[in-house]
Design a binder for this molecule. Structure first.
Ligand code: SDX
Length: 382
């Protein structure tokens, strides 16, 4: 496509904004109605009612599981939570740097160690999907324990996905209400259409590369503050504000510095992110249970002030911040938490892409120079 072609210039949609590139049966992210649907269920039908185990089954299998199917699925997840001694030994050697870089690296090593990683049969892909959904909580919590020189805690087969996460992180069985709030978080962040990290996963596997390459491409993409790292930045913003009466000065300074409010705005939603009200509910519930409602109060005040100033809506990362903080998740682990939830969505998209594959290769409009002639080195200007 050349710049001389006047029609070409009109075709450039920077950031693929508004461009429909594929069909999907996994979710509908309806920007106009501000609605999110997983496989036919509006998200409000699922959150607080279906556990993450059920929702991950729904995303990968297309229907909510029967009792028998759920028992089998849960059993498969539970038996896959533990890490191999080789992987644990490797994890102990890695630098405990950026948590998302660490998670991306370990999963890449798991792919290297998997002699059947290149098997793209639906059965093999489903095996790997189950494996990573089950193991990602163990990877994240072990990373935290190793970096703080705490003894490793194995997964508890008697605890559900969310409760087991909190057990492995904190070393004690969680309050059921806290586990329920984390489960709701996992359900709300499990899937979200062709967001940047999911699109990266689909692009990677569309070349017939392997499952782990898809997941590591997604992890590397989610790591950015415009996407998955916004939750960490949002919590840092709340901490910088410090108290509700400092919200207004913060908003004015952010506006005058032309900076962004983390946890606000969305490429697709033209109104409030449909997940936000559920996260707000659980943030308030957990803040009240902790007796630390100031983070919720700062959030609520900030939500109103930014709306007044810029007519910007909150997105999924805004109340995720205070909720994860109330669950005593270390702030630099907030984005790995997002990855933990989204592994089910990424896996489902990898299966969907390879189920009806076409190489993903968009065009670009060349606007650089043309018809230049080669000059030998000694004839080129300094
Ligand atoms: C996620 O895609 C998904 O579905 C992602 C996600 C998922 O579940 O996978 O929903 C998860 O990534 C949510 C988004 C998390 N990111 C943040 O909270 C970071 C802060 N938000 C923004 O940077 C921004 O809103 C984006 C990146 C989310 C969307 O950006 P767009 O669609 O590219 O919009 P834009 O940057 O072109 O902004 C349009 C206007 C601009 O004003 P002008 O410069 O044209 O005058 O709105 C302003 C922006 O300045 N704006 C903001 C803002 N977001 C947009 N101004 C201040 N603060 C913000 N957060």
């Amino acid at each position: 496509m050349t710049a001389q072609d006047p029609a070409a210039a009109g075709h450039v949609q920077k950031g693929l904004e508004g461009v429909v590139v594929s069909e999907t049966q996994l979710s509908d992210v309806d920007g106009a109605r501000c609605q999110l649907i997983y496989r036919g269920y509006e998200i409000g039908e699922l959150v607080g009612k279906a556990a993450y185990e059920e929702v991950s089954f729904l995303l990968l299998n297309g229907h909510l599981p029967s009792r028998t199917e759920l028992a089998d699925w849960t059993e498969q997840l539970v038996t896959r939570r533990a890490l191999s001694p080789d992987i644990i030994q490797l994890m102990e050697q890695l630098p405990f740097g950026n948590p998302m870089a660490y998670l991306r690296s370990v999963i890449s090593i798991m792919g290297l160690a998997d002699s059947c990683a290149e098997d793209l049969s639906p059965q093999a892909l489903r095996e790997r999907a189950l494996d990573l959904i089950a193991k990602t909580p163990t990877l994240i919590t072990l990373f935290d324990r190793l970096r703080h020189k705490r003894s490793m805690l194995g997964p508890r087969p008697d605890l559900g996905h969310a409760a087991n996460f909190l057990f492995m992180l904190h070393g004690e069985e969680p309050d059921p209400e806290f586990a329920k709030a984390l489960d709701a978080y996992f359900v709300l962040l499990a899937e979200h259409g062709f967001n940047a990290s999911t699109f990266a996963a689909r692009t990677a596997v569309a070349t017939q590369s392997d499952f782990y390459s898809g997941i590591t491409a997604a992890l590397g993409t989610l790591k950015g503050p415009l996407h998955g790292a916004a939750n960490t930045k949002a919590m840092e913003m709340l901490m910088e504000i410090g108290s509700p009466d400092q919200v207004e000065p913060y908003v004015q300074k952010t506006l005058s510095d032309h900076k962004r409010f983390m946890g606000f705005g969305h490429r697709v939603y033209k109104g409030e992110d449909p997940r936000a009200k559920h996260l707000k509910h659980f943030s308030h519930q957990m803040g009240a249970a902790r007796g630390e409602l100031q983070w919720f109060e700062i959030s609520e005040r900030l939500q109103d002030a930014v709306w007044q100033a810029k007519k910007l809506y909150i997105n999924v990362d805004f109340y995720s911040a205070s909720l994860l903080y109330y669950l005593r998740i270390p702030v630099d682990l907030f984005t790995p938490m997002f990855a933990c939830a989204r592994t089910a969505g990424w896996a489902a998209h990898i299966l969907e892409q390879l189920g009806d594959n076409r190489l993903i290769r968009p065009l670009a409009l060349y606007v650089g120079p043309r018809d230049l002639k080669f000059a030998p080195l000694d004839q080129r200007s300094a």
